[in-house]
Write a protein that binds this ligand. Structure first.
Ligand SMILES: C[S@@+](CC[C@H](N)C(=O)[O-])C[C@H]1O[C@@H](n2cnc3c(N)ncnc32)[C@H](O)[C@@H]1O
Length: 295
């Protein structure tokens, strides 16, 4: 077999890797392997501006991307849940493993301890993109990730657009992000039913000061009632936000914000309301927030 869209670089042939691995891809484990050489070659270049001393790859599969990452990184940790693929990776990349440049970790990226890393470059298992993303973002490291295109569009969406939601606000709390490339289903074997996109995130501190736990809980709460006004959403979702005195929050909040809907609030506006939730509404916070620290 030959690689599709073979490029001039000398990465391992992804079709040959799939054949050598000898597995029947399991769609229930999101096993859609990237077989377009041009996309495989480009993926690590999106991380060029970052520290590539220790690259983390989630869902290494048959190693087509791992192979390219080993060309640019000092060290790669590759997490793979499927035992057959983890064994194959150790065999296929025996030299890199022996040199200590590649560590193949067999396990579930949702439950194992995520190691320290300088950047993650991953073609994520789409079924668990969101859970994996929210395990990676708090590490405050850059990410270059392949995700479902629709998911990518929600990640980067601006307030007031249809795609803007809890994902956009929460991702924006940790990082700036951009879609750097869209990828068609034919780039994978077997092709997924959806289009894909590569997103690059760069960690940044938000423009507002807020207790993280209270902020994330408030955003989660209010978006469960996105068709309601913020006033009603605050009142109806105290079981999620853990605000004890919703009436006090509504009383203290800016009337203009209360008339809006969740999809129209900027992250700063969410933060202002979540802060009231802690200060006058009795919502729990990890770090006590005093009024003087804010602004
Ligand atoms: C979309 S494939 C990407 C494979 C490879 N990196 C590539 O680009 O061809 C996703 C990979 O993640 C693995 N996987 C699925 N769920 C996982 C999980 N919870 N933890 C770790 N790996 C997982 C699958 O077995 C599969 O190999």
């Amino acid at each position: 077999m030959t690689g599709r869209n073979r490029s001039s670089t000398e990465g391992r042939d992804p079709d040959a890797l799939l054949a050598r691995a000898g597995i029947q891809p399991d769609r229930n484990q999101d096993q859609h392997f990237l077989v377009d050489d041009r996309v495989l070659d480009r993926l690590p270049t999106y991380a060029e501006a970052f520290d590539t001393s220790h690259v983390l790859e989630i869902g290494a599969g048959t190693g087509a991307l791992t192979d390219r990452l080993l060309d640019t990184a000092d060290r790669v940790t590759a997490i793979e849940r499927d035992a057959r693929l983890a064994d194959f990776l150790r065999e296929e990349f025996a030299d890199a493993c022996a040199d200590g440049r590649l560590d193949v970790v067999e396990g579930n990226a949702l439950s194992l301890e995520i190691p320290e890393f300088s950047v993650s470059v991953s073609n994520l298992p789409y079924g668990v993109s969101s859970e994996v993303l929210f395990r990676l973002l708090p590490a405050k490291r850059p990410l270059v990730i392949m995700v479902q295109r629709e998911f990518a569009e929600r990640m980067v969406a601006a307030p007031g657009t249809d795609d803007y939601g809890r994902l956009s606000v929460t991702v924006g709390h940790y990082a700036e992000c951009e879609i750097v490339e869209t990828v068609p289903p034919e780039a994978f074997s077997p092709p997924p039913a959806v289009e894909s996109a590569i997103v690059r995130t760069s960690p940044c501190d938000p423009d507002y000061a807020i207790d993280e736990m209270a902020f994330l809980a408030f955003v989660r709460a209010v978006f469960t009632q996105r068709r309601k006004t913020v006033r009603n959403a605050i009142r109806n979702t105290t079981h999620i936000s853990e605000i004890e005195q919703p009436a006090a929050v509504v009383e203290a909040a800016d009337e203009e914000l209360l008339r809006k809907r969740a999809g129209d609030l900027t992250p700063e506006e969410f933060a202002a309301l979540a802060r009231l939730g802690v200060e006058v509404g009795g919502a729990p916070s990890e770090e006590p927030t005093s009024g003087s620290e804010i602004e």
